[in-house]
Design a binder for this molecule. Structure first.
Ligand code: ADP
Ligand code: MG
Length: 140
């Protein structure tokens, strides 16, 4: 077991429905600590840069428009195996396939408006955290 950090985003569908606290409660109940957090309204350029790895996918344009449709909450989570643990409690990308008790099964509206983002590897986590936070803003 190793202590890791991962980057989480509570997406615009979550801020719109005022359920960020409910999602944070599930994050904390899983043993992950929110060691940095801020609310942002992304610009189109920021959303496109963040999701650049998906630039060739058919849903890229719509995904970026969705991500700028309202505020997001960006977070750094820390805990044992935080990258895999958060992916686990997020649930599958498509909420129709997400396991009982996961964030997406409970809260997601659709495959696109699926309430949360979580890094998919330790390497991507480090890059995504650095995209949004300075070291001064991360308080473990
Ligand atoms: P995950 O967020 O589970 O890592 P991906 O990295 O594959 O999923 O996709 C990034 C985001 O793009 C998803 O969380 C979702 O918001 C959106 N997305 C993924 N697949 C689709 C799709 N088929 N149609 C619309 N939006 C999608
Ligand atoms: Mg992903």
């Amino acid at each position: 077991m190793k202590t890791e950090k991962t980057l989480s985003i509570l997406k615009p569908d979550a801020t719109r429905r005022n359920i960020t606290g409910k999602i944070n409660a599930k994050i904390e109940a899983a043993g992950l600590r929110i060691i940095a957090q801020k609310r942002l309204h992304l610009s189109l350029a920021q959303a496109q840069a963040f999701y650049a790895i998906h630039a060739e996918r058919a849903f890229f344009g719509e995904l970026c428009q969705f991500m700028i449709s309202g505020p997001v909450v960006v977070q750094v989570l820390q805990g044992e195996d935080a990258v895999a643990k958060y992916r686990d409690i997020m649930g599958a990308t498509n909420p129709a396939n997400a396991k009982e008790g996961t964030i997406r099964q409970e809260f997601a509206e659709s495959i696109e408006a699926n309430s949360v983002h979580g890094s998919d590897s330790a390497e991507n986590a480090a890059n995504e955290i650095a995209y949004f936070f300075s070291d001064l803003e991360i308080v473990g």
